[in-house]
Ligand binder design. Structure first.
Ligand code: 13P
Ligand code: SF4
Length: 301
């Protein structure tokens, strides 16, 4: 393991690369990254990295967003099979057809979408800035939120909106049921339940707070509680435990893993730096259109 890490360090220096890692990837990848964060934090880092080479330890849509924001950089996705099933639930041709049929509807895309989908939408959001973005939209306009019906439903409830919802969902978060929350509360009485807003609105209603992964990390930092039940992908437990020694973190469901985030390995990182592949490559016309809703989002964030 340490030889492999040495090799990565050497290649990283040779390539003048920056390694970004999402809060869900394997602990050993978080440990070698220059920066670990949620999708909003990582997109801002990617934009400002100023690096010729960005290694993105996350799923494809995140690396695509990095490429859109840093088009001059080589963006490497260490494992090309790391995708997001929720992002794949909104196909670009279906979104284009919806737009053609509803030309007056504002289309908001969760950043968990392909670049090809972003090319058809008005504005993006992440779970970290969704409330701000939705609150900025005119109240008298029809809005379509895609692809996550759970995040969209949670926003409708919280902000009193009536957005149309695309029928997508995250398989990892959608599995949580109200009974799971009840069982965790019974096992750990008095301990607060923190969930991700990709959980079903019925689940979010039973939790204490629903936040992005970066929001969960901040919430814990600012809280004086000694224990927390964490209702999101278990990769986040690594940083929570590292940053908060002496405090306890119970996963809401031990099987709450994202198989795609877990596909990326240290070997993949070494190999991508060695081969300078696989790179994110997007058609120029998609790049030109897809960056606009992301820039609009960042301007409001
Ligand atoms: P965050 O933006 O909260 O990091 O979430 C990304 C994601 O894919 C959650 O499933
Ligand atoms: Fe996609 Fe869910 Fe995995 Fe996030 S946790 S990358 S939304 S499948």
């Amino acid at each position: 393991m340490s030889d492999l890490i040495e090799e990565i360090k050497q290649l990283k220096a040779e390539r003048k690369a920056v390694i970004l890692a999402h809060n869900y990837v394997k602990a050993e990848l978080q440990d070698i990254a220059d920066f670990t964060g949620d999708s909003l934090e990582l997109s801002i880092k990617a934009k400002n990295a100023g690096a010729g080479v960005i290694v993105f330890c996350g799923v494809r849509f995140m690396a695509e967003t990095a490429k859109l924001l840093s088009p001059q950089s080589v963006v490497l996705l260490p494992n090309p099979d790391a995708g997001c099933p929720m992002a794949d639930m909104a196909a670009a041709d279906k979104v284009a057809a919806y737009k053609a049929a509803h030309p007056d509807t504002i289309i908001v895309a969760y950043v968990n979408t392909t670049a090809a989908v972003k090319a058809h939408v008005d504005i993006c959001c992440t779970s970290g800035n969704a409330e701000k973005i939705i609150a900025s939209l005119p109240a008298d306009k029809e809005v379509l939120f895609l692809p996550d019906r759970n995040l969209g439903g949670n926003l409708n409830r919280k902000l009193g909106r009536n957005m149309q919802l695309w029928p997508g969902f995250c398989p990892t978060h959608d599995r949580v049921t109200p009974a799971v929350i009840a069982a965790a509360r019974a096992e750990h009485p008095g301990v607060k339940v923190l969930v991700h807003p990709e959980c079903d609105p019925e689940v979010v209603a039973l939790a204490d707070v629903a936040l992005s992964t970066g929001g969960i990390l901040r919430h814990v930092r600012e809280s004086s509680d000694k224990a927390f039940i964490i209702g999101t992908e278990i990769g986040i437990l690594h940083r929570l435990r590292q940053e908060n020694p002496g405090r306890e973190f119970f996963p809401l469901q031990p099987e709450m893993t994202c198989p795609n985030m877990k596909k990326i390995t240290l070997e993949n990182v070494r190999d991508c730096l060695k081969d300078m592949a696989p790179q994110i490559e997007l058609p120029p016309e998609i790049m030109a259109s897809a960056v606009k809703p992301i820039e609009r989002m960042l301007a409001l964030s």
